[in-house]
Design a protein around this ligand. Sequence first.
Ligand code: OFO
Length: 220
Amino acid sequence: MTGGAFRPSFVCFYSFTFLCGLKLYIIYLLISNKLVFSLILQINLNLFVLNKKVEEILNKQIELEASSSHHYLAMASWAESVGYGGTADFLYLHSDEERQHMLRLVKFVNERGGKVVIPSLKGGEISFNGLDEVFQSLLEHEVEVTNAINEVVHVCLEQKDYTTHNFMQWYVSEQLEEEALARSILDKLSLIDGNKGGLYLFDRDLANFKVDSIANEPNE
Ligand code: OFO
């Protein structure tokens, strides 16, 4: 009688203990799996997401390339409005090229798992006193871009991001060429020295104007 009453409560006690243990074990599994999962996620994020400092400076460069495109568009429009058709064509093309430079960066940041910030640009009326002023402003802008690209390269090295460093080498060479082009145009304008016939020929020939930059020479 005593033994019969004892047995069910003994079974109940052990079933209860077993169930509690099982629950605790399931909770443990859930927590540990979550931890493992978040650990895997963290490793993946570190592997695929662009370094924050590099991402930030690449976004600044995207903004600068967009502003270059905008700046040259305004110059082109001014040149067209005052009758320098050849100069306008040259600058419209240059504006398109700067947009391509921006796009190249946008695609690269996306490809590396970074976050692109598309910049909003300030517009405004731009007018110049002549072609010398246009190309002086273009050269100053290109020097600013070169300095910014050097800064990107510096951050890449600091952060040991050699992939972005390698990608940026294209921009380094491009700047060498663009600065050489702007300087050589300014030299031509200085020779013309405001002569109307000279300016007419300069404007006519600008579309085909090329500069022999060292950046274009093949590596031996
Ligand atoms: Fe983007 O090459 Fe000049 O600015």
